[in-house]
Design a protein around this ligand. Structure first.
Ligand code: MLT
Ligand code: MN
Ligand code: ZN
Length: 304
């Protein structure tokens, strides 16, 4: 299996266009040692040729330019993207679908029924794409059964519904439905596996089970602290309330990742621009390193 991190930031990216927090301002002025990041998305391939795009971020065009293996140039109009799978229906994970409208056939999009409903009504991207290439929507099973995606050879997937948050335009934003957010396990023919979940508000038993079985876990790295946005005066809501388990604290993400087998490779993704771990000289970044946890980098290639 090959996996490319196309984007490692949370919604808004880093720096965020209208933000002057310590990280965003520091990156622009060169006073904080950090790297700019696009909004979270990964690409996974079982054979190194056909890629599954996992989330379509608003930054997809720049991400494709920065990741040449996704443009194999076999014909005048071509792409290495064999299909798209969506982890939720949030703006930062689906808006890029509109940028793929020049596709030569209906775009294969795999998502849960809850997400498909949001993309028909709340944020009618499927309707919009119907005026261009069209969408061939396929449902992701939520019972944990393994499934394969046509055109993506050498890879099977299994989904687990996770605790997080539907998008603000979802009719069930405040009445969560299983499938609003999922975690995915990718397994290749050699049995190597990756668990991916860019949005996790809590780690429920079936999520933990999937994490324990994976060789690599790439999980929600949005916030360091639950009150991060409140203390900066930019939100009234805690991290957990908007669907993201913070890293710090006795029951935070670091404590969970510490309990995984010593051999598990651990990466954080979907990092919000306010998170101190983006500052490579911060105490928080050093603490992650002490726990063997890496921060995903844009354009990074992993061979699990
Ligand atoms: C989230 O992950 O909480 C959302 O994507 C935030 C956003 O993009 O507005
Ligand atoms: Mn997000
Ligand atoms: Zn910022």
């Amino acid at each position: 299996m090959k996996l490319r991190i196309l984007g490692s930031a949370a919604g808004g990216g880093f720096p965020q266009w209208n933000c002057n927090c310590r990280n965003c301002h520091g990156l622009r002025t060169g006073t904080v040692r950090a790297t700019a990041r696009t909004q979270s998305s990964i690409a996974v391939s079982g054979n190194g040729r056909d890629w599954l795009l996992v989330n379509a971020s608003p930054d997809i065009l720049a991400q494709l330019r920065a990741n040449p293996p996704l443009q194999p140039a076999r014909s005048l109009r071509d792409t290495g993207i064999a299909a798209v799978v969506l982890m939720d229906g949030q703006v930062d994970h689906v808006t890029g679908l509109a940028m793929l409208r020049e596709h030569r056939r209906p775009l294969p999009v795999w998502c849960t029924d809850a997400v498909a409903a949001d993309l028909r009504l709340g944020y009618p991207l499927f309707e919009v794409l119907g005026h261009f290439c069209g969408v061939e929507q396929r449902s992701i099973p939520l019972d944990g059964s393994r499934f394969a995606i046509p055109g993506v050879d050498g890879l099977t997937l299994a989904a687990v519904p996770v605790a997080s948050k539907a998008a603000p335009y979802s009719p069930h934003r405040d009445a969560p439905e299983p499938g609003d957010n999922i975690g995915l396990t990718f397994v290749d023919d050699a049995g190597r596996s990756v668990f991916y979940a860019p949005g996790l508000a809590a780690i429920e038993p079936r999520t933990w089970d999937a994490m324990c079985r994976a060789d690599v876990v790439i999980v929600d790295g949005t916030f360091w602290r639950d009150e991060e946005m409140i203390d900066l005066g930019i939100s009234t809501r805690r991290a957990r309330a908007i669907g993201h388990l913070p890293q710090a604290g006795a029951d935070g993400m670091i404590a969970w990742l510490d309990r995984l087998p010593a051999t598990t490779r651990k990466l954080l993704i979907h990092v919000n621009n306010t998170n101190p771990i983006l500052d490579e000289d911060s105490a928080e970044r050093a603490e992650l390193a002490r726990h063997g946890i890496a921060v995903a980098e844009d354009n990074q290639e992993l061979v699990p």
